[in-house]
Design a protein around this ligand. Structure first.
Ligand code: AKB
Length: 317
């Protein structure tokens, strides 16, 4: 039986992944690991939760012991824009935290999901259809921690046999919990403002093209890679995954099909723009397709349609 701990459970992906896993494996078998961000009532009421700071290895070990955890989805992280403001914190959480998780997984025989990101690539990486295996000279602290995290996860598998798996997440678009501290956050904010005020000031240039994915596909991919037949996985960690690549201009046009009066202006945030410019325009996710049959359900128009419908209902409440 799976006994799962999700770190970063109150975050954008963690909050929905915890509920998704509870539905699949049973509420009582999925522990929501929370730290600074307050979890929703839904998360607290539907199953066990525990305060866990991944930087504190003994507290982490005590939680794994207490709930007899054998699978860890390690989502606690500092994202790219916050990481540039506070690189020391990004290292502490993203590297020391991951190290603690992997060590506990080694000692207690847990399998581990480790998220990487499009941020694991850098300006020297081929920009279009970025291959699975290519140059990874990341130039942000977040990206540096992601590259190191990929290598560390590979190491724990090869050296100690820990069942580590992971994905390179693109920007994730969702309506349940707001993202925080990322460069791709514009692609969520734009929907809130389109519905609430009919206008949005974007911090990235109109032609900044990046990979994105809608939350249902993100949840599907995350669980599918963990459930995949291990003997078919050549890469294990850090699979490129994507659903579509989009820029603010294209996303605006798609939203305008639903809200024709929507207006977008631009005030460029130089730090976030430089981060986005160092990332690929589009990823080649053929390894994920081949090794565990990855296939997204939502393209850009389907995502925009569903986002507007669901977020409009949410914002009316
Ligand atoms: C960020 O923008 O930092 C994240 C990511 C792409 O990893 N959403």
């Amino acid at each position: 039986m799976k006994r799962i701990l999700v770190t970063g459970s109150a975050g954008q992906i963690g909050s929905e992944l915890t509920m998704f896993l509870r539905e699949k494996y049973g509420n009582e078998n999925v522990v929501a690991g929370i730290h600074r961000t307050q979890p929703s009532e839904k998360l607290k009421e539907s199953g066990p939760f525990e305060t866990v700071d991944c930087r504190n290895s003994s507290a982490l070990a005590a939680t794994v012991e207490k709930f007899k955890i054998n699978v860890i989805y390690h989502l606690a992280a500092v994202l790219s824009a916050t990481g540039e403001k506070n690189p020391q914190l990004a290292w502490e959480v993203n590297i020391n935290g991951l190290y603690n998780v992997l060590e506990i997984a080694r000692e207690k025989n847990c399998s581990v999901f480790v998220p990487s990101s499009i941020a694991a690539f850098g300006p020297e990486t081929p920009k279009d259809k970025t291959p699975q295996d290519t140059i990874q000279r990341a130039t942000t602290m977040y990206g540096v921690t992601k590259v190191a995290g990929e290598l560390l996860s590979d190491y724990y598998h090869k050296r100690f046999g820990v069942d580590t798996r992971g994905l390179r997440y693109p920007g994730i678009i969702s309506y349940e919990t707001l993202p925080g501290g990322g460069t791709t956050d514009y692609a969520v904010e734009i929907f809130y403002e389109a519905i609430k005020t009919g206008k949005y000031t974007c911090f990235l240039k109109p032609d900044t093209t990046l990979d994105m994915m809608y939350m249902p596909d993100c949840l599907k991919a995350t669980v599918e890679v963990m459930e995949a037949d291990s003997s078919k996985l050549e890469h294990r960690n850090a699979f490129n995954v994507t659903a579509f690549s989009v820029n603010p201009d294209l996303l605006t046009s798609e939203i305008k099909k639903h809200i024709p009066s929507f207006k977008v202006s631009y005030e460029i945030d130089e730090v976030k723009q430089a981060i986005a410019d160092s990332w690929p325009n589009s990823l080649d996710d053929s390894a994920a397709k081949k090794e565990w049959n990855w296939k997204p359900d939502y393209d850009l128009p389907a995502m925009v349609n569903d986002m507007i419908e669901k977020l409009s209902i949410k914002l009316k409440k």
